[in-house]
Design a binder for this molecule. Structure first.
Ligand code: CTP
Length: 401
């Protein structure tokens, strides 16, 4: 997918670099376009180097015979303008084409998303609001700015929406018809934590990144997603319902409550296998003798229980974190837990898996078929996984050329 990222002249222009990166994470090629004013706030080289594409900023620079704004309008899938100033929105609303971006807008037939950013009074001004009404009426998606502290020192609406929110809206538009519309998806992520006393706990190194990426990808493909997450440092993907849990018992309860209403369940959480037999209400003192032995009990295997009560039509995916015997151990888990698919992770490699932004997975199904992904960012691994799940469910629409 090719996205034209239009950047206009305001202080939030620097955030376009983050937006560009997130779009790439979502699998898009980004074609940056900057207005003259935008270049006063952000050097074009930044977007050029990040995108690997020349920044288009001038209607007349190209000496070739191709009419560049028409060529770009025809060869892209979406126009995203972020940040969009009051001036650019006004030009769009009135069809004025006095620079590359505004001329591109009037020549484009692709969906358009605009994320305004401006001072609160400019935002509230009737001229801006009526321009936005015109654009909305024409089908432009407006990602509303947030209220907060503005660069001009005032407080109010006008601050550019969070890059994650803008990109999610853009990707969701691009993925319309991508096959998960209305599907109810349940994903678990992160570690579980078993408290020993009020300050000490047993846990593991899971960062939650893989599960969050799976939830975000399902959301952009149109699913209704619930994410049950152990403690992580991550922001929940926009639009996803988050149920925050701590212990394996809490995770089991949250998952159990949603399982019947879910069509696809992906257990990416690293559920701890053991919990202390006793949890002390008081902090255990170092010389009260109890620290000599920490007695543990096994915790419930949530996935195993789901496999036992799975009904026809539900699709169950598990993960296998293995430091050796990857294929053999993963296949054994697939069968024992009655899964439809297992995602095997080799955790002996420091450059992928736990806590890394990258992963490489081996997918195995009950018929014995297997497929290995390349080493990819976790968001792209999530896309790889969803492509395969959708193939298995045959819910992917016929691709229209
Ligand atoms: N899992 C679970 N409940 C547990 C332990 C694991 O639901 N108490 C799930 C995980 O979310 C994962 C799958 O089972 O999807 C496999 O987890 P993993 O830790 O690799 O395997 P275990 O079954 O715990 O076996 P072992 O630790 O012996 O490798």
């Amino acid at each position: 997918m090719r996205i034209v990222l239009g950047v206009t002249g305001c202080i939030a222009a620097y955030k376009s670099a983050v937006i560009l990166r997130l779009l790439q994470e979502g699998g898009c090629e980004v074609l940056p376009v900057m207005t003259e004013h935008a270049k006063r706030f952000l050097g074009p080289l930044t977007l050029e180097k990040l995108s690997g594409n020349r920044v288009v900023d001038n209607l007349f620079r190209d000496s070739s015979t191709a009419i560049e704004h028409i060529a770009l309008a025809r060869s892209s899938d979406l126009l995203l303008v972020a940040p969009a100033t009051a001036n650019t929105l006004a030009k769009f609303a009135h069809g004025i084409g006095d620079d590359f971006l505004s001329t591109l807008y009037v020549s484009t037939v692709t969906p358009t998303v605009a994320a305004p950013a401006m001072n609160v009074e400019m935002w509230r001004h009737p001229a801006t609001q009526s321009n936005l009404e015109v654009l909305r009426g024409r089908g432009v998606t407006v990602v509303e700015p947030e209220a907060g502290y503005l660069a001009c020192g005032e407080v109010g609406e006008g601050r550019l929406a969070a890059p994650e929110v803008i990109v999610e809206r853009a990707l969701r538009i691009l993925s319309r018809g991508k096959g998960l519309e209305g599907k109810r998806v349940l994903v678990t992520a992160g570690p579980t934590v078993e408290d020993i006393d009020p300050v000490r706990f047993l846990s593991n190194r899971s960062s939650g990144k893989m599960g969050y990426a799976i939830a975000a990808e399902a959301q952009t493909r149109g699913a209704r997603v619930t994410l049950v997450s152990g403690p992580t440092h991550l922001n929940p993907p926009p639009g996803v319902e988050l149920l925050a849990v701590r212990s394996a018992e809490e995770m089991a309860a949250a998952v159990g409550g949603r399982f019947d209403g879910s069509e696809i369940v992906i257990m990416a959480a690293a559920v701890g296998d053991f919990a202390p037999v006793h949890r002390s209400r008081e902090k255990i003192k170092k010389n009260d003798g109890r620290l000599g032995t920490l007695r543990l009990r096994p915790v419930r295997d949530i996935l195993m229980e789901l496999g036992e009560k799975k009904r026809a039509g539900q699709f169950l995916v598990g993960f296998a974190a293995e430091s050796s015997g990857l294929r053999r151990n993963a296949l054994e888990k697939l069968r024992r837990k009655r899964l439809d698919l297992i995602v095997a992770n080799d955790i002996s490699r420091p450059d992928r898996g736990f806590a890394s932004d990258y992963n490489q997975v081996l997918l195995l199904n009950p018929e014995g078929a297997e497929e290995k992904s390349p080493l990819l960012t976790k968001r792209r691994v999530a896309a790889f996984l969803w492509d395969r799940i959708q193939d298995r469910l045959a819910v992917r629409p016929v691709q229209v050329a």
